[in-house]
Each structure stands twice: as C-alpha cells, then as structure tokens.
Design a protein around this ligand. Structure first.
Ligand code: DC
Length: 237
C-alpha cells in the first residue's frame, strides 16, 4: 500500500479555494473535502433546531445526536445532514450569517477536526480546503498551500458571485465585511486563520482561475517528485 497523500489548501474567503481545490482534485484523481461546508452544516443544524448560535453546549449535544457526513460517491462530494443533501441549503443567508460564530466554538471545532481526520484515514489521496487544514488539522500534510488575494480583489469576486445569483450587493459593503471577517477569523482563539508553517503561498489577485489551478498542480507534482512519493495520479509527478 502506498503512503497517504494529503494536500491542504487554506486561506481567507474569496481567494477561490473551493473551486481551485475541486479542480485540482479532479486533475490528480484525488478526493476533495470542503471543510467550510461542514461548518455550514452545523450552522444549518442550529437554524433547523432553533439553537442559539452562541450556545456552545447545546450545539455540542445536537452535533452528537446528528449524522453529518460527506457522500464521496459524487464529484464534487455532497455534504449531508441526517442523510439529507444540504449542499445548496448551507449557502443560504440565514446559515451564512451565523457560520463564523458557530466556527469559533471549541466544542464544534474538536468534533469537526476529528471528523476531518477520519475522512483522511478513509481517503488516502485527499485535497482538503478550509482555514486550518495545514496549520491545525494536518500539520504534516504532504503539501500545504496558502492561497491569498488582496481584500479588494476578494470583495470584487464575492460581489460578482452574489450578483450572478441575482442578489443586489454593494461592493464597498462586501469589502468592509471581508476586512472585518478576516480580523475576527485571525484573532479567534480556536483554529485561527493563519498561514501554515512551510506552506507554499500563491497570491491569486492577478491570476486567472486556470493559472491558479496550473500553479497548484505544478506545485503538488514537484513536491511529490522531490519527496519521491508515488502519486498514482497520472502526469509526471
Ligand atoms: O469557506 P466557507 O465560507 O464555506 O466557510 C464557512 C465558515 O466556516 C467561515 O466562517 C470560515 C469557517 N471555517 C473554519 O473556521 N474552518 C475551516 N476549516 C473551514 C471553514
């Protein structure tokens, strides 16, 4: 059996992590884990059960009773809460509004970190993306990447994304929210947003999506080649 390969991709919101991670996983033939979706599913659990998102202990009890899993038989994989496909519902504004608070709770994070490590045990070729994958969850990952972009660029991307979904948004306001959320994500005690030690840094501000994916693929194949790791993922690693 060849050794497990984990690629972590972390960074602030709006750097294009999810789409890039998903495309990279497809190119390498790896599985992909969107850990933000897991935090969103817990936020949805709180919404559905009427739990105050500040109430950490109650959330922990609800998490222990619920079944939160990822269906890897689909590409990209589907997040499920109590066996229901919730991939679209977790993007709604009532969930988005509270997810940052939900993700700041220790009891929530320990449970999800445990679940993420379990996924990695079951999927030995994994691209996992989030905020703490390379710094906390998998500090020994084969390849750790930090994606970043200037706040103005991230705000512009997010604005376009929301407008494409038919929402009316003010870009300046989106920028203010991004700056505020960055500060709170970086400053929180639990799983703070920070660049993992030894991570390769890609600033996506002036890069196209294809260029970001190309750089990620080049980076992963080079690291695997240097480490003499058999990838089994085609191409010339
Ligand atoms: O990437 P996203 O917007 O779907 O993430 C949703 C929220 O979860 C966001 O507030 C950041 C948080 N999160 C986290 O704290 N740790 C992770 N590993 C992934 C996401």
């Amino acid at each position: 059996m060849s050794s497990p390969i984990i690629v972590t991709i972390d960074g602030p919101a709006g750097t294009g992590k999810s789409s890039a991670a998903s495309r990279l996983a497809d190119l390498l033939g790896f599985d992909m884990l969107d850990t933000g979706a897991m935090y969103r599913a817990v936020a949805l659990l709180a919404v559905e059960q009427g739990i105050d998102p500040h109430h950490e202990a109650e959330l922990a009890v609800a998490m222990d009773r619920a079944t939160l899993d990822v269906d890897f038989s689909c590409r990209p994989p589907i997040i499920r809460l109590d066996h229901r496909d919730v991939r679209n519902r977790i993007r709604d504004s009532d969930v988005t509004r509270i997810v940052s608070l939900i993700a700041s709770h220790h009891e929530v994070r320990v449970r999800l970190v445990k679940a993420q490590r379990l996924v990695a045990l079951q999927h030995e070729r994994l691209v996992t993306e989030g905020r703490d994958q390379g710094s906390v969850v998998f500090p020994d990952a084969t390849v750790r990447v930090w994606l970043d972009a200037r706040p103005e660029v991230r705000a512009h991307r997010r604005t376009e994304e929301l407008r494409a979904r038919g929402q009316q948004v003010d870009e300046k306001r989106v920028l203010d929210e991004i700056v505020e959320r960055d500060a709170s994500d970086r400053g929180r005690a639990e799983g703070p947003l920070r660049q993992p030690i030894g991570a390769a840094v890609i600033d996506t501000s002036d890069l196209t999506f294809e260029a970001v994916v190309g750089e990620l693929e080049r980076l992963v194949r080079a690291k695997l080649h240097d480490a003499n790791v058999e990838c089994g993922c085609g191409g010339s690693a």
